[in-house]
Ligand binder design. Structure first.
Ligand code: NAG
Length: 443
C-alpha cells in the first residue's frame, strides 16, 4: 500500500516537473507491437503485447508513435471469466484497458504488418487506423512480436510471415533511413532461425526467445484464474526486467544478459549489430523516469519460480488446454484419453503427409530421414521456402488452425535446400489438397 502511494506520488510529481518545452529526447522513439495469433488458447500473445504497450507508455513513448496490431478477440471472448480484462500474470493488473489498437481482426496480417514497417500508409489505406511507421533517420525503432513460429516463419491470425518477407521489409527500412538503430524482441518457437545472418551494417539488434532448433515456452499456465497460459517466458522476463530496473541507466546489453539468465526453458539468442548493447534500454522503451520498486530478492525469486513452475512448451499448449477444458466440462477419463490420442494421431498424419511429399519430390532415399529430422540453422533457398510454406498453409494445413504445422516448416526448408525449386512441392500440395485443407489440429 505504502509503495503504491509512493509510486503514484512519484509518477505524478515527476511528470508535473517535466519541462514542457519540446524535449525531443522524449519523442524520438517509435514502436511496433504485434500479437500474431488469435483464439482463446493463444491468450498469452495478446496479453504480452498489451502489457508491453503499457510499459512503453508509462516510460513516455508517445502513443502516436506506438503502432499496435492485435486481433482483439481475447478481452471480450465469451470464454473470458473476467470480461473485458486481460492479465499477464496471475492476479496482476488488467493490461487490456487503455491499449489503443491500430489493426484488429482480419487486418492483422503480414501485408498490413509489412506496410507498417515500410511506412506505406497508402498500402494500408482503409484498414484500421492506417497508421504506419514515419520514423526519421535520427529516431530509434523498437519492434516486439509475440506468436507461434517455426523454421524461418512466424504466425499470423491468417497466413504467415516468412523470413523472406521480414528481411525485405527490414532492408527497405534500412535503405530508406527509417531509423537510427532498431531493437527487435521476438517471442516464438524456433525464433533463432529468423535473423540468422542479419548484417551488422543494418544497425539492427535482434533478440529471440529461442534457438533455431527449439520451442519457446508459455508460462503462468497453471494459474488459478481459470485462464489459459497468461504469458510467455522470454516475454514476461524482459518486461519484468524493464519494470524493476532504472532503464535510464541500464544498457540494452545488461537487460539482454539478464533475460538470457532468467529464461531457463529456452536459449535466448542475439543477432545483428551488438553496438546497440551499449545504448540505454530507455533509448528504445522510453525515457521518462519511473520509480523503481526497491529490490526484493524474495519477491523476485517467487516471481521467477512461478514463471518456471507454470511453463509449458508452446507446442504442447493446445493439447494441454484441450485436456483441461475436457476435464472441466466433466468428460470421463476415457473420453479425455481418446480425444488426446486423436490429437496426437492428427499430428502424426500431418508429419506423414510431409514425409510423403519428400518421398515424391526427392526420392533419393538416403535423404528422407535427414529432411524429416534436421532443423536447419540457416537456409539458403528463401524463395522456395517462402512459396512452399505459404502453399502448405493455404492448401493443406492452415497454420493458424494447426500450430503443429510450424514444426514441419523445418522439413519443408530441408526439401527446398535439396531440390532448390518450389514447383514440385507446390504441385504435390495442389494435387493432394485439391478439395480444400485436410488438416485441423485445434479444437
Ligand atoms: C540446437 O543447436 C545447437 C547449436 O546451435 C546445438 O548445440 C544443440 O545441440 C541443438 N539442439 C537440439 C535439440 O538439436
Amino acid at each position: 500500500m505504502r509503495l503504491s502511494l509512493l509510486v503514484l506520488f512519484f509518477v505524478f510529481g515527476f511528470s508535473a516537473c517535466r519541462p514542457n518545452n519540446d524535449d525531443s529526447k522524449l519523442e524520438n522513439i517509435w514502436a511496433v507491437l504485434i500479437a500474431g495469433s488469435n483464439g482463446w488458447y493463444n491468450y498469452r500473445h495478446q496479453s504480452d503485447i498489451s502489457h508491453a504497450y503499457h510499459i512503453l507508455l508509462k516510460h513516455g513513448v508517445l502513443p502516436e508513435k506506438i503502432i499496435v496490431l492485435m486481433y482483439d478477440d481475447i478481452a471480450h471472448n465469451p470464454q473470458n471469466p473476467f470480461m473485458g480484462k486481460i492479465f499477464n500474470k496471475p492476479h496482476g493488473n488488467d493490461v487490456y484497458e487503455g491499449v489503443k489498437i491500430d489493426y484488429r481482426g482480419e487486418n492483422v496480417n503480414s501485408e498490413v504488418f509489412l506496410n507498417v514497417l515500410k511506412g506505406d500508409a497508402e498500402g494500408n489505406a482503409g484498414k484500421g487506423t492506417a497508421r504506419v511507421l514515419k520514423s526519421k533517420p535520427n529516431e530509434n525503432v523498437f519492434i516486439y512480436y509475440a506468436d507461434h513460429g517455426g523454421t524461418d516463419v512466424l504466425g499470423m491470425p491468417e497466413g504467415l510471415l516468412s523470413r523472406k518477407d521480414l528481411n525485405e521489409a527490414l532492408y527497405h527500412m534500412y535503405e530508406n533511413n527509417m531509423y537510427k538503430k532498431l531493437l527487435f524482441y521476438l517471442e516464438a518457437c524456433e525464433s533463432g532461425s529468423m535473423f540468422e545472418g542479419l548484417s551488422p551494417k543494418m544497425n539492427i539488434y535482434a533478440i529471440t526467445a529461442s534457438r533455431h532448433n527449439e520451442s519457446s515456452w508459455a508460462t503462468f499456465c497453471d494459474n488459478d484464474m481459470n485462464l489459459p497460459c497468461l504469458g510467455d517466458e522470454f516475454s514476461v522476463n524482459w518486461m519484468h526486467n524493464t519494470e524493476f530496473h532504472d532503464i535510464l541507466s541500464e544498457t540494452v546489453g545488461v537487460q539482454v544478459d539478464d533475460v538470457v539468465t532468467t529464461t531457463k526453458k529456452s536459449h535466448v539468442c542475439q543477432f545483428g549489430n551488438t553496438v546497440v548493447r551499449n545504448d540505454m534500454v530507455s533509448d528504445y522503451q522510453g525515457k521518462e523516469a519511473q520509480l523503481v520498486p526497491p529490490q526484493n530478492i524474495e519477491l523476485e525469486s517467487v516471481f521467477f519460480d512461478e514463471v518456471q513452475s507454470s511453463a509449458i512448451d508452446s507446442r504442447q499448449v493446445p493439447l494441454v488446454m484441450a485436456e483441461r477444458t475436457l476435464r472441466r466440462l466433466g468428460a470421463s477419463p476415457e473420453l479425455v484419453a481418446s480425444k488426446m490420442t486423436r490429437y496426437i494421431e492428427k499430428r502424426a498424419e500431418m508429419t506423414e503427409f510431409i514425409h510423403q511429399t519428400a518421398q515424391t519430390v526427392a526420392p533419393q532415399s538416403g535423404l528422407i530421414k535427414h529432411v524429416m529430422t534436421k532443423i536447419p540453422k540457416r537456409i539458403t533457398q528463401l524463395d522456395c521456402h517462402d512459396e512452399a510454406i505459404k502453399a502448405f498453409d493455404r492448401y493443406c494445413a492452415p497454420f493458424d488452425r494447426n500450430p503443429f504445422a510450424f514444426k514441419l516448416s523445418a522439413a519443408i526448408a530441408n526439401l527446398c535446400e535439396i531440390i532448390r525449386d518450389s514447383e514440385p512441392i507446390l504441385a504435390h500440395f495442389n494435387k493432394e489438397c485439391s478439395e480444400g485443407p485436410i488438416f485441423y489440429d485445434v479444437l
